[in-house]
Design a protein around this ligand. Structure first.
Ligand code: SF4
Ligand code: SF4
Length: 173
């Protein structure tokens, strides 16, 4: 694949098409990608960044706040638009490489297809989902807690972007 083909296919189309492509890439290159030392190391960095962010979110009791919010009639923020338009095949491929069973569990066009019973099914989420900080969370958290959240999110985003670049480089070979 050349760079143009990667960009034109991985970042375009609806959620199902992106997932289809991620699965195809996983089948075709998954084994080689997991044997690639630098990619393997970056996946580890990414998983550690996810754990650090999850721990902080747990301490903030964000899960509780979000469940409460999502149970209201107008629901939470994991809409079909957020989940289907903001992901891309490379980010879904990263999840597949990390051993996540990536599948769409909702098809109502209202909520994100990746929203499971207990929250997001993805280990590595679309950048927009990671960056989203609603007014409710902002109002209920101290400035220091938000600063740490932002810092841990930025670390994760940086690691995710690095892995994305490595995948693009690999696919161009
Ligand atoms: S992030 Fe904010 S808007 Fe989204 S579910 Fe949680 S509390 Fe609700
Ligand atoms: S956080 Fe997960 S479930 Fe929510 S919109 Fe993003 S991908 Fe979908």
């Amino acid at each position: 694949m050349n760079y143009r083909e990667i960009v034109n296919s991985c970042y375009c189309g609806n959620g199902s098409l992106k997932l289809e492509l991620a699965e195809r890439l996983g089948k075709e290159y998954g084994r080689k990608l997991l044997q690639h030392v630098a990619i393997q190391a970056q996946l580890t960095v990414l998983k550690e960044a996810v754990t650090a962010l999850d721990l902080h979110m747990g301490a903030m009791e964000m899960g509780k706040t979000c469940s409460h919010c999502a149970a209201k009639p107008d629901g939470g923020c994991c809409s079909a638009y957020m989940g289907n338009e903001n992901n891309d095949a490379l980010q879904l491929l990263m999840n597949i490489l990390a051993g996540v069973t990536v599948k769409q569990v909702r098809h109502d066009g209202v909520e994100c297809g990746f929203l499971g019973e207990t929250g997001c099914l993805l280990l590595f989420k679309p950048i927009f989902c990671l960056n989203y900080l609603c007014a409710r969370i902002q109002n209920e958290s101290s400035v220091e807690v938000l600063r740490i959240l932002e810092q841990k999110t930025a670390t994760l985003l940086g690691a995710q972007v690095n892995l994305e670049q490595q995948l693009i480089q690999f696919l161009q070979k």
